[in-house]
Write a protein that binds this ligand. Structure first.
Ligand code: SF4
Length: 228
């Protein structure tokens, strides 16, 4: 698709990703948490880490702190002991402060502004929590989403692209008003298994060369190769 894509192209892409997501949903323990704050812990632990590595740490965290009160009482050292396998000890003070703030408030807030005022909660974690656990509409923008969008419209990207106005607007257009939770889970799973870093799996991609510039160029390049 060209930039800016037509409304029809956007809708078609959303429909395709949602259909793909229903069939390819990846089940993780934090996708059906017993408490809303469990989901917030998971989103913080998942930052810059592999989901598979987070599973035992997430379980250990909830076992050690079965209630919000107990979590609020946790020391930085206790939290460090749990999250060290992820190599993210520097997050322990933030997680300890977050427990105290959540206990004071009694619940996880439901606006992006309030969420991002919590210790350790940035725009991505806030948007993810809101759409997955808060019943709201959060627009996910991380390195995976940037890569996917830029490939579709045939633009180069770098570490700064996620802050560009055009990228933020397009991510917003691609995020539906309804079924945001399902759509965002589908985008996470799609960008981790099909439109992956390095060499994307365009051959098995449901978006394909008609809607994706990168996919079309890859298809044309392979079609022009002489047969051996
Ligand atoms: S066709 Fe390839 S580059 Fe385009 S969205 Fe699919 S996997 Fe990503």
């Amino acid at each position: 698709m060209n930039y800016p894509p037509t409304s029809r192209e956007v809708q078609e892409t959303v429909d395709i990703v949602q259909r793909w997501g229903k069939v390819n949903f990846r089940d993780f323990p934090w996708r059906h948490p017993r408490r809303r704050w469990h989901g917030l812990i998971a989103e913080i632990l998942l930052q810059r880490t592999r989901a598979e590595n987070v599973i035992p740490v997430y379980r250990a965290f909830l076992t050690s702190f079965p209630t919000l009160k107990r979590y609020a009482e946790a020391s930085v050292e206790e939290i460090e002991q749990i999250i060290w396998p992820l190599g993210l000890r520097w997050r322990a003070p933030l997680l300890a402060a977050l427990g105290r703030r959540l206990y004071e408030r009694g619940r996880v807030p439901k606006s992006i502004e309030e969420l991002t005022s919590l210790p350790g909660v940035g725009p991505y974690v806030a948007a993810a929590w809101l759409s997955f656990h808060g019943g709201g509409r959060g627009v996910l923008i991380d390195a995976n989403v940037v890569r996917w969008i830029c490939r579709m419209i045939g633009r180069k990207y770098d570490g700064e692209t996620r802050r560009k106005k055009w990228l933020i607007e397009l991510a917003d257009r691609l995020t539906p008003e309804e079924n945001v939770k399902q759509f965002n889970y589908a985008v996470l799973d799609f960008t981790m298994t099909i439109c992956i870093p390095g060499e994307p799996r365009c051959e098995t991609c449901p978006v394909g060369p008609r809607l994706c510039t990168y996919g079309r160029e890859k298809f044309q390049a392979s079609a022009s190769q002489p047969e051996v």
